[in-house]
Design a binder for this molecule. Sequence first.
Ligand SMILES: NC(=O)c1ccc[n+]([C@@H]2O[C@H](COP(=O)([O-])OP(=O)(O)OC[C@H]3O[C@@H](n4cnc5c(N)ncnc54)[C@H](O)[C@@H]3O)[C@@H](O)[C@H]2O)c1
Ligand SMILES: O=C(O)C[C@H](O)C(=O)O
Length: 344
Amino acid sequence: MVKAVVLGAAGGIGQPLALLLKANPLVTELGLFDIVNTPGVAADLSHISTPAKVEGYLPPDDGLKKALTGADIVVIPAGVPRKPGMTRDDLFKINAGIVKDLATGIATTAPKAFVLVISNPVNSTVPIVAEVFKKHNVYDPKRLFGVTTLDVVRASTFVSEILGNLSLSKEVVVPVVGGHSGVTIVPLLSQSSHPLPAGIATSDYEALVKRIQFGGDEVVKAKQGAGSATLSMAFAGAEFAGKVIRAVKGEKGITAPTFVSLASDPAGAAALTKELGQELEFFSSTVELGTEGVVKIHPLGTITDAEKALVKAAIPELETNIKTGTNYVAEAYKKAEEDGPSRL
Ligand SMILES: NC(=O)c1ccc[n+]([C@@H]2O[C@H](COP(=O)([O-])OP(=O)(O)OC[C@H]3O[C@@H](n4cnc5c(N)ncnc54)[C@H](O)[C@@H]3O)[C@@H](O)[C@H]2O)c1
Ligand SMILES: O=C(O)C[C@H](O)C(=O)O
């Protein structure tokens, strides 16, 4: 039995993600929560002939609590998307509060659930969830993931395009490490399961790296103000959620790059920290998944000088993003204490 819950389920990502989770035969219950439209989305999905029982909830009458009760895995795509000219950090002001409130709901109702954060800026929203869970004394770093799978999906697609064979894209595996925004997105193309053409021009390699790092901008620009990636994100989110579910059900050897706390595997973190040359609280690296979540954080391994430079360039922004999330929760709790009795 697996209950999956989507928070933000009526949105551009939420709806197709809920569809793909409904199509996953391992999901037996699907809880959908949003501030609008979930009863309609749930009624629609409930007619699909797969095992999951679907329920939609809204905020009145404790909808969040009802959606989360009994949750095994919670995926969060709630929040505002970018418009042209915005960075993911520009979303922080609105999305930080949304994610903090939803994390409070999870901490109080489903503290053992695996939590997959899609809401941007991921480099900051994941630390927000961690800090809220710490405040509620329910933090298990092995169970919290920032979803960076879209970067991996893009890398597979763009590499297979360069290799002239899109049908390869399902098989092409490129570790993408670091974080999920601009220069913090670091594709390790030297470790691609399918090497780039021998003698690829430096300018072509650099253009590919840039396209993977800024693939989100391509979609934001093409949507002309109507939002950011939704369908490709739903595909990526369902892919990652599917891996977590399979691992939790006991399948061995499942790995994926994902943005995790380095406290989730201190031994793996020690090796990674040595490679990075400094400590970071969160980092996206290839992670082995198991029944309790993170089993092992893999090191970067052998990488080229160009990739070392990309990793180095990612670190300052990652550090700032992580601090932004952590400080936000500290300040919110401090303010709540000063203001007196609160709902935190
Ligand atoms: N991690 C990634 O790779 C990745 C990829 C694409 C988009 N995103 C991010 O995902 C988020 C959602 O994008 P979208 O295109 O689906 O946006 P959207 O506006 O289409 O949908 C967001 C949904 O969240 C809901 N929502 C708002 N406040 C809520 C709350 N307090 N509780 C529950 N639901 C709430 C809205 O009602 C809406 O239905 C954005 O922050 C976007 O930047 C992340
Ligand atoms: O680009 C965005 O804002 C959405 C998402 O993070 C993406 O990578 O497509």
